[in-house]
Design a protein around this ligand. Structure first.
Ligand SMILES: N[C@@H](CCC(=O)N[C@@H](CS)C(=O)NCC(=O)O)C(=O)O
Length: 243
């Protein structure tokens, strides 16, 4: 049986986007998608038998080629579900829920706008962590001023994202909410920053829509995480920010 192989580690910031997406898409237990956990070496390399070099997530296709960027992986999975061309793609598509990229050009553009803002915030947040969290103190040069500057860009993007969530994930209608790939990417970022690094990016009183999105989405099956989700040594150091 042809299958896709997904290399990742479950609590990773970028891999988690894909796992939340697979849940929401109804593909989490697809027999056509094999999930292979990587181990993280002392030098922070991601290792697993058969894994191509590079960052995770990585999706390996049945022809042996692979896709490396998480957003490209989401787009690829949406593409094969929207327009399956091979039998195994048909099988995946028949188990999948409807498109998560919007139903027209306007809707798709909005989703891409959100994705771009969240992706920028995500990489800035990663930089802020590397320069400002105790987790990286022994591993690389830190710089708390640089960390604060990067965090400023993250917070600016939160403000830019706020209007996109006006009227979404509200009250009784939230169950019927059509979750998009941008929602999966955004929620996984908010969860990671809060649960691992102790940074609540939606705490600002001006971010009412984003806070509602976060607290509502976190109750979804796809979003739930166990107590011991993050490795203990990382969870202990990550939320300590350098002065
Ligand atoms: N832009 C990439 C980023 C992926 C990424 O940075 N993944 C981290 C794990 S969350 C990783 O593999 N880091 C190891 C490394 O940088 O070598 C994506 O969207 O997939």
């Amino acid at each position: 049986m042809a299958h896709l192989e997904l290399f990742l580690f479950t609590w990773g910031l970028y891999p988690r986007r894909i796992l939340i997406y697979l849940h929401e898409k109804g593909l989490f237990n697809s027999p056509h998608i094999k999930v292979t956990q990587v181990t993280i070496s002392a030098t922070a390399e991601m290792i697993a038998p058969g894994k191509p070099k590079g960052t995770v997530p990585i999706l390996v296709l049945p022809d042996g080629t692979f896709i490396k960027q998480s957003v490209a992986i989401l787009d690829y999975l949406e593409d094969i579900c929207d327009k399956p061309e091979e039998a195994w793609q048909q099988d995946i598509a028949s188990a999948a829920k409807t498109s998560m990229r919007g139903s027209n050009a306007r809707g798709r553009a909005t989703i891409r706008e959100i994705l771009a803002l969240v992706d920028e915030a995500t990489s800035m947040f990663g930089f802020a962590c590397h320069k400002g969290s105790k987790l990286f103190l022994e591993i690389e040069p830190t710089n708390s001023a640089a960390s604060s500057m990067a965090m400023g860009i993250v917070r600016r993007n939160m403000k830019l994202l706020e209007p996109y969530y006006e009227g979404r994930f509200e009250g009784d209608s939230s169950e019927a909410e059509k979750v998009t790939i941008a929602d999966c990417v955004f929620f996984s970022f908010l969860q990671f920053s809060r649960e691992l690094y102790g940074v609540d990016l939606v705490a600002d009183s001006e971010l009412r829509n984003l806070r509602r999105f976060y607290v509502t989405f976190k109750e979804r099956e796809s979003a739930k995480i166990p107590e011991d989700f993050y490795p203990l040594y990382i969870k202990e150091l990550a939320p300590i920010w350098l002065e």
